[in-house]
Design a protein around this ligand. Structure first.
Ligand SMILES: [Zn+2]
Length: 145
């Protein structure tokens, strides 16, 4: 019925004319739920998130009870369950701990490793571009080389 999922790859170079563009590749390999993901994103949804601050363990509802060191250890020990990220890149003290568990909304959230056919057309020369998408360790890596 013409449905698909979209995998966006910035800085895609057209193999026909060399034009560099932000490609929205489509694929019908999964359940075609119009889900969308961009290179570098985790295919799983982040369903729980806590904030950590270097100077304190208690602030708001979402405050993590762990210190940053403890959260780092947790993320290192269970890399597929937890992810520790800077909440605000400009603020060196704010971190967020994400936990991936329970509901996963994207129809391909279960794919840990995989390749799949995807296609787009060049925004300049309009040539069809068939590529192979790559998911590695739950991260959409872009076009398989
Ligand atoms: Zn082109």
């Amino acid at each position: 019925m013409g449905l698909f999922d979209t995998f966006s790859v910035p800085n895609t170079k057209c193999p026909s004319c060399g034009h560099v563009f932000e490609a929205d590749f489509q694929t019908k390999e999964f359940e075609c739920m119009l889900d969308h993901i961009t290179v570098g994103e985790d295919v799983r949804d982040k369903i729980e998130q806590w904030y950590l601050h270097e100077w304190s363990n208690q602030v708001n509802n979402y405050e993590c009870k762990l210190t940053i060191k403890q959260a780092e250890a947790l993320a290192r020990r269970y890399p597929h369950l937890y992810d520790l990220r800077k909440y605000d890149k400009k603020d060196k003290y704010n971190w967020a701990l994400y936990r991936f568990a329970g509901q996963r909304d994207r129809n391909f959230s279960w794919v840990r490793y995989g390749t799949f056919p995807m296609y787009t057309s060049c925004l300049k020369c309009d040539e069809w571009y068939d590529a192979v998408g790559l998911i590695e360790d739950y991260i959409f890596k872009g076009i398989k080389k």
